[in-house]
Design a protein around this ligand. Structure first.
Ligand code: 0X9
Ligand code: ZN
Length: 375
């Protein structure tokens, strides 16, 4: 996987949407009707060229890493340990309205933490924000963490104060702490968790391991090959990280879920496993309308475009978080892909100076989501 390339095609038999559907083991970073950005090894690229795709090298992975994965870039981000420290400190600063809970443990036995915000346990309406199912998406830790901090520091002013007196807001910024730690210390572009698979390869994709339509696709973006970046795992909820989320959601029965990822600037709603839209027209319209509204709110802050669309329009996957939360519980659920828009702006490796503006543009959206769900 030493090259990052742009893939295009003018041939109908090599259409871009077919790219995800081939079992080549590519690491697909971007996919539209016109192009894809993938990380791949030379042998994989030769096969693509034989099929009629045009390959343009963007950068060697190593050069990309030395450009973007600098010490300075890493310095503003949490590690699993500093996140725990800061979440604990927040809970201690606001003991009346915040509590830290361990919702489970990872493969390597790291605690997975959530902050429960709200005056009372057992409120009827609850909302969950999650981050960092994917190890290399560090920004997806920071946005939900800063959101928790924002809600607490604004907890005496309305509407936040009303929200926290009538409902609970749960925030779990790092669902995949082992993967994140591996990305931080060893392999910056690591994506999966740190499970040792039956064939000795490492990692299951937590965002393919949920139990709705699990395993129904076997393609590059949702793979049954353990070595692949999107390995679905041996069965639904085989991983302790997804079981932690399953147990939290099964217990708290949230009325809304947002899970943060990066990158591409997208607001995605179910379905991911099929290109068909959700059958229930009221649900479909509500989620599509809310996604569009959230995208407008984001643009108003710093002018960034986040495209609202059905998940499978990005690419089909089976077993992702929001298909499960909506498919099993009917929860309005969104995947937000944060900054940047393209690989050449850093892709998964965004300078720490962009944490704050990304958070700022996502705050009105999170607040609008909370307001929409609570009404
Ligand atoms: O592939 C994923 O899990 C998400 N993209 S990421 O680049 N953060 O890995 C997208 C999940 C949304 N679901 C579907 N596209 N079906
Ligand atoms: Zn992701």
């Amino acid at each position: 996987m030493n090259l990052i390339v742009n893939v295009t095609s003018e041939r109908p038999q090599a259409a871009m949407n077919k790219l995800a559907e081939m079992p080549l083991g590519l690491d697909i970073w971007e996919l539209t009707a016109e192009h894809a950005v993938v990380r791949a090894a030379e042998a994989q690229l030769e096969r693509l060229e034989k099929m009629g795709y045009t390959i343009e090298q963007l950068q060697e992975t190593e050069a990309f890493l030395s450009d973007f994965a600098t010490e300075e870039a890493a310095s503003g981000y949490h590690s699993a340990a500093t996140l725990e420290h800061d979440m604990r400190a927040l809970a201690q600063r606001f003991p009346e309205i915040a509590a830290l809970e361990e919702i489970g443990r990872s493969v390597e036995k790291r605690p997975i933490w959530a902050l429960r915000l709200g005056e009372r346990k057992g409120s009827t309406t609850k909302i969950a924000f999650m981050g960092c199912h994917h190890a290399r998406e560090w920004l997806a830790v920071e946005v939900p963490y800063l959101l928790a901090e924002h809600l607490l520091t604004n907890s005496t002013t309305d509407p936040v104060s009303t929200w926290l007196s009538t409902s609970e807001i749960w925030v779990a910024p790092m669902v995949n702490p082992d993967g994140h730690e591996h990305s931080r210390t060893t392999e910056r572009l690591w994506r999966k968790n740190r499970r040792t698979n039956f064939d000795g390869t490492i990692g299951v994709d937590p965002n393919r391991n949920y139990g709705y339509m699990w395993g129904t696709l076997d393609i590059d973006t949702s793979s049954h090959t353990p070595a692949d970046e999107t390995y679905v795992g041996p069965r639904a909820f085989s991983e302790p990280e997804t079981r932690a989320v399953r147990d939290l959601i099964g217990r708290e029965l949230f009325a809304g879920v947002i899970t943060y990822h990066s990158y591409s600037q997208l607001i995605l709603y179910p379905w991911g496993y099929t290109r068909k839209p959700i059958q229930n027209a009221a649900d479909r319209n509500a989620m599509a309308t809310l996604a569009t509204k959230m995208s407008t709110l984001i643009k108003a802050v710093h002018g960034k475009e986040y495209v609202a669309e059905q998940s499978s329009q990005l690419y089909p996957t089976a077993g992702d978080t929001t298909d499960w939360t909506y498919g099993v519980y009917g929860i309005p659920s969104f995947t937000i892909e944060l900054r940047p828009r393209t690989a050449m702006e850093g892709g998964f490796i965004l300078p720490a100076s962009q944490i704050q503006p990304t958070f700022e543009e996502n705050t009105p959206t999170a607040r609008a989501f909370i307001a929409a769900v609570l009404d």
